[in-house]
Ligand binder design. Structure first.
Ligand SMILES: [Zn+2]
Length: 129
């Protein structure tokens, strides 16, 4: 299960950063580009499992999706490649091309995968990190 190893790496990277921040971690906000073929449900299940007996136990994994945005090398089009919305998208590696001229495109957004922030609740206040 790919999601499991992805979440494992994210948690390993995140835990040391929390050392200086006491309090209960209530949410971990994960930014995920649409080009990442990862199931939100599987990510959340993996998180719940891997967070056990760490500072992250009981925290909610909140996934913020990032839409795919491309820029055409030929005509300068900027926006979403049309076929990303097709249902078959999740079952194949998408080949992205310009919706207006069909040329090759550069991906500007949609490959993100990182923990953007966590929410920590202290006794006095809820604070972002
Ligand atoms: Zn184009």
């Amino acid at each position: 299960m790919h999601e499991y190893s992805v979440v494992s790496e994210l948690i390993s990277a995140l835990l040391p950063k929390l050392d200086d921040h006491p309090g209960r971690v209530s949410a971990v906000i994960l930014v995920k580009g649409e080009l990442r073929i990862l199931s939100d449900t599987s990510l959340q299940n993996a998180f719940e499992l891997l967070a056990q007996e760490t500072r992250l136990e009981g925290a909610e994994l909140v996934i913020e999706p990032v839409e795919v945005r491309v820029r055409c090398r030929s005509c300068g089009f900027e926006g979403s490649p049309e076929h990303v919305r097709e249902e078959s998208f999740h079952f194949a590696i998408p080949i992205l091309s310009c919706p207006t001229c069909g040329a090759e495109v550069d991906i500007e957004a949609g490959r993100e995968l990182y923990v953007d922030r966590v929410t920590i609740q202290t006794e006095a206040t809820a604070d972002g990190l």
